[in-house]
Design a protein around this ligand. Structure first.
Ligand SMILES: [Zn+2]
Length: 479
């Protein structure tokens, strides 16, 4: 590696290749192969996320990847929003299909017709179902592995309630799940926004999203959650019999953490010029044991390292590197791959009864008695997780800025970095004109108002049109 992270784009591309996270040589544009070094971490993330959803009453399902054209077209706003990026299946074998199908870009139109069969009375509600799957969108902008492509790996949770209160409390719950997973577990800071009306999910009443910031100061959307109101329920006949004997449309939400993209954020935010740094519980290798071999006594060292490795393997994912490479080469290799802790053992260490232990994120070294190794590695893991999160939080805080005028906004974004809080006329559709102008002048997007903080401007003017400001919005350059 050795590419400074200030040069983020080059750093990221080099990491993807050298740490063998993705192979970009797959011969379809916008599609990459996710290799074992990334896929193993992504699987762990999936498990943790699924557990968090199931702890909150969600149940898993598997829906077909193909959706009929008829289903897609049922909800007018939805089809308008998604049609441009849908992959079509129109032939099978030698035959043109009578009914065209799409590859799911998201599963509202696959799931809700089934929900209408599943839900009859109040006793069927709330219904909280998710699936972990791939989705496909014909992305026309420049693609970047794991950050933006034509295929991604996500979870989509689709929930149904008998009231608007159910929906609003689900949005709150999704925000808590996001905090627990993205921030507490993965150490990735974010702001939780309510998107302006012109930027909401196609067919939704409201869209909320957690936006993080990449090291180059551009924002990246992580999970979003949508208040679908009764829009889809009316179209797909998702109804329940109320106590008064009347059939009523259900209220719905959907929540979509994109696991492959969250992985990209983790790698980008925690990594350094030596390569990948991962939270301890996600690392493929939690401890790598490196034998320091001299000409004499190497057999003793090898045997000893094998024993230590076996003991550690009871509690951790451990590898002993017996390859022919020099210790220096091995250090670099395992740092690049994000091994959390390195344990060095040579003849002299065996004599003194202690191993040299090196922590990946800080490079701190210490001598640890062999019998204390298992405990010590666990402690380092905990410290590392806390410290990665704190470091990311500190950096993220420096990315939050404020501006009251266009001049201030421009100078805040001069280096193209950060979220800038601005007074804005409105987040209703009428505000889109001001957002367009802002984009033209600063190449920044209006991302929304903070849903996790109550902020109201008083006596301020819209940064674009000068009318009285009714909302604080956040502007940022985006992926
Ligand atoms: Zn305005």
């Amino acid at each position: 590696m050795d590419i400074p992270k200030e040069n983020f784009s080059e750093w990221y591309n080099t990491l993807i290749k050298e740490a063998e996270l993705c192979d970009l040589r797959y011969n379809l544009k916008g599609f990459v192969v996710i290799m074992p070094n990334a896929a193993d971490v992504i699987s762990r993330m999936y498990r943790l996320y699924e557990d968090a959803l199931e702890a909150r009453g969600h149940r898993k399902s598997y829906f077909p990847a193909l959706i009929s054209e008829k289903n897609l077209e049922a909800e007018k706003d939805h089809v308008e929003g998604f049609a441009p990026e849908v992959f079509w299946v129109t032939r099978a074998g030698k035959n043109e299909l009578e009914e065209k199908m799409i590859l799911r870009p998201t599963s509202e139109t696959a799931m809700y017709p089934m929900y209408s069969l599943w839900i009859n009375g109040k006793c069927d509600l709330p219904l909280k179902v998710y699936q972990s799957c791939q989705v496909w969108r014909y992305e026309t902008k420049a693609t970047r592995p794991l950050i933006r492509g034509r295929e991604f790996y996500w979870i989509e949770a689709h929930n149904v309630f008998d009231s608007e209160e159910g929906v609003l409390s689900q949005v709150q719950e999704d925000m808590e799940t996001t905090e627990e997973m993205i921030h507490q577990s993965f150490g990735v800071p974010f702001l939780f926004f309510r998107r302006p009306q012109w930027d909401k999910f196609a067919g939704a009443v409201d869209t909320y999203a957690a936006d993080t910031m990449m090291p180059d100061g551009k924002t990246l959307q992580l999970p979003s959650t949508h208040n679908l109101g009764t829009n889809f329920a009316k179209v797909f006949n998702v109804k329940y019999m109320d106590d008064d004997g009347e059939e009523k449309p259900c209220w719905q939400t959907c929540y979509g953490p994109c696991i492959s993209r969250i992985f990209a954020a983790i790698v980008s935010i925690h990594g350094d010029s030596r390569g990948m740094v991962l939270p301890f519980h996600l690392a493929n290798v939690q401890a790598v044991v490196i034998p320091i071999l001299r000409k004499e006594g190497s057999e003793t060292v090898i045997r000893f390292v094998q024993e230590v490795t076996e003991k550690l393997a009871k509690n951790y994912r451990v590898v002993a590197d017996f390859s022919e490479n020099t210790p220096g080469f091995k250090y670099n290799h395992w740092e690049l791959n994000g091994a959390a802790v390195r344990v060095e053992i040579g003849a002299r260490d065996i004599e003194s009864g202690k191993a040299v232990v090196v922590r990946r994120d800080t490079g701190e070294k210490e001598s640890v008695p062999f019998e204390e190794l298992p405990k010590k590695i666990g402690e380092i893991g905990k410290e590392m997780n806390a410290s990665l999160r704190e470091k990311a939080d500190e950096w993220f805080a420096t990315m939050l800025k404020e501006a009251d005028t266009m001049e201030e906004l421009k100078s805040a974004l001069e280096n193209g970095e950060g979220f800038v809080r601005i007074p804005f006329c409105t987040d209703s559709l009428e505000g889109e004109g001001c957002a367009e102008k802002l984009k033209e002048e600063c190449s920044a997007n209006v991302r929304g108002s903070r849903h996790d903080a109550n902020e109201k401007p008083s006596g301020k003017k819209c940064i674009v049109c000068g009318k009285e400001a009714s909302t604080y919005q956040y502007a940022a350059r985006q992926y």
